[in-house]
Design a protein around this ligand. Structure first.
Ligand code: ZN
Length: 510
């Protein structure tokens, strides 16, 4: 067996909404992030559960690697990362990389959907800076969310790039395992990994990467990969990135990424095929995005059926970089006097404080939500409200998504506003687990309507108890009405903003 390998783990990961006015700052990584590993951190806490680093640890254990922890942070989605934040994190990574090398490999737990105030291709820039320090010989392997926007240059600078194969995402660990396993084979001299990619000029694609129905386009692409791998051992791995469409960066858009062993004559054909397929399926959507009225019509029409109706107020989903405080859909629900309904949650710490000060049962005048950007999805809703319940917002997930993990809405309250139960929170978040509703004394199974500011993850626990699911577009900043945004940096022409046709031969690739 060859001498033990030393690998460095580092990364800057987030998903940035180019039209969210609240920049992502250092504390969003270090204090409020999904995880933050520091220099020389004990990574063993990532040994359990579904996370990016666990898959690296699994391979490192088997191979006897020495893993050196560098700065590795994952911030929840918000606006572009501030220059100071990116450069501060990079400064820490650079210092350690120069001082503690040489390393045989670099493992990077990333997202791929980041935007920065000062960089057009943040992930590409990060990898390029690392490449400049470690040289061409050191292997760089990156784990990505499938909602990533990748540049050809990023692909050229990496040796191994693997993205999730599921959305909702339940394969973080498996994806990192794929990265590290290929790296292990490369160290053993079995393979010589090289990345290739094609980038169809689209804002979004592959049904946003959903794997919630059998006819999802992503399943067809992954099945095709299995077919090809059965006859071509050089095809080591493939990922299909659905993009994070609101990043407003030059490389915003979907891509197919292949990891090949050495030079291959077949790469061009593969890229042509996948570029064409992503373009061909650009209109495929396996969810129903409808106007608000159409959604509420469906709720009223089915009101006598058992089980609640589920509406995703997705255009204001904080897990997708929106603010979580718009009110347009709530106003429509109040207008229609929808009975036994909950609208949740509205991010509004001031109203939460007001409710806690007044106490349960009290009546208060509120200007609820709509404060982050009143131009999108409805401004503050002024109304008289009754305080129904107060909570610290802490719960433990019981549904399949994040099962067993503690979660929080922050200090929170449930108000009666115009006959609707409205949950107000002080941490921007979504409802994706029934426990979050039970906190306020609601019995989700017996309700008429549950509205969550969520997109995909709520489906794991809530969809099984619901009589129907629709996505009303209430005009928040995650609205798929792409025309309404002042795009500045994206490629043009681009689908669906421009009317054009393109052949795979004319698509960007690396
Ligand atoms: Zn994602």
């Amino acid at each position: 067996m060859s001498a033990s390998k030393r690998l460095f783990i580092c990364g800057i990961a987030t998903e940035s909404h180019g039209f969210n006015k609240k920049p992502t700052i250092l504390e969003d990584f270090t204090e409020r992030g999904l995880f933050f590993a520091c220099e020389h951190d004990d990574l063993s806490r990532f040994r359990e559960g579904d996370n990016h680093i666990g898959g690296y640890l699994d391979v490192a254990d088997a191979e006897g690697w020495e893993l050196v922890a560098g700065v590795s942070g994952f911030a929840f989605p918000a606006g572009p990362v501030s220059e100071e934040t990116f450069e501060t994190l990079w400064g820490r990574i650079e210092k350690q990389l120069r001082a503690e090398g040489p390393f045989d490999g670099i493992l990077m737990p990333m997202h791929g959907g980041m935007a920065c105030e000062h960089l057009d291709d943040p992930e590409g820039e990060l990898v390029a800076r690392i490449r400049e320090i470690v040289g061409r010989e050191v292997l760089i392997g990156v784990t990505l969310d499938l909602h990533s926007n990748l540049s050809p240059q990023f692909i050229r600078d990496c040796d191994i790039v693997c993205g999730f194969h599921t959305a909702p995402h339940i394969d973080s660990r498996k994806t990192s395992f794929r990265v590290a396993s290929i790296m292990a084979r490369a160290f053993r001299g079995e393979v010589n990994p090289r990345c290739h990619s094609i980038h169809p000029p689209m804002l979004t694609g592959i049904d946003h990467g959903r794997t919630t129905v059998p006819h999802a386009p992503l399943f067809a692409l992954l099945d095709r990969i299995k077919e090809l791998q059965a006859e071509d051992p050089q095809l080591l791995d493939a990922s299909f990135m659905a993009s994070f469409p609101f990043a407003d960066q030059p490389w915003t858009g979907p891509s197919a990424v292949l990891v090949m062993d050495g030079e291959s004559d077949r790469v061009k054909d593969y890229l042509d095929e996948f570029g064409a397929e992503i373009w061909r399926t650009r209109d495929v959507l396996t969810i129903d995005i409808v106007p608000i009225d159409e959604a509420l019509d469906a709720v009223e029409r089915t009101a006598n059926a058992p089980n609640p109706f589920l509406l995703g107020d997705f255009s204001d989903c904080p897990y997708a970089g929106a603010y979580g405080d718009t009110t347009a859909l709530l106003a429509a629900m109040i207008d229609r006097q929808i009975p036994d309904a909950v609208f949740a949650p509205v991010f509004d710490p001031d109203t939460v404080d007001q409710a806690h000060q007044a106490g349960e049962g009290a009546e208060i005048e509120v200007a609820l939500g709509g404060k982050s950007d009143p131009d999108f999805g409805g401004g503050p809703l002024e109304s008289r409200a009754r305080v129904l319940a107060l909570s610290d917002g802490n719960f433990v997930h019981k549904g399949p998504f994040q099962q067993g993990r503690p979660g929080t809405l922050g200090k929170s309250a449930m108000l009666d506003i115009g006959g609707i139960n409205v949950i107000v929170c002080s941490v921007p978040t979504q409802i994706h687990d029934r426990e979050q509703l039970r906190l306020f004394g609601l019995e989700p199974e017996t309700m008429n309507l549950i509205v969550s500011k969520a997109f995909n993850h709520m489906r794991a626990d809530l969809e099984p108890i619901c009589r129907g699911l629709l996505y009303p577009d209430a005009g928040g900043i995650f609205s798929f009405d792409f025309e309404q945004f002042p795009w500045q940096k994206i490629r043009r022409p681009i689908w669906p903003l421009d009317d054009f046709e393109i052949a795979p031969a004319d698509m960007d690739r690396s």
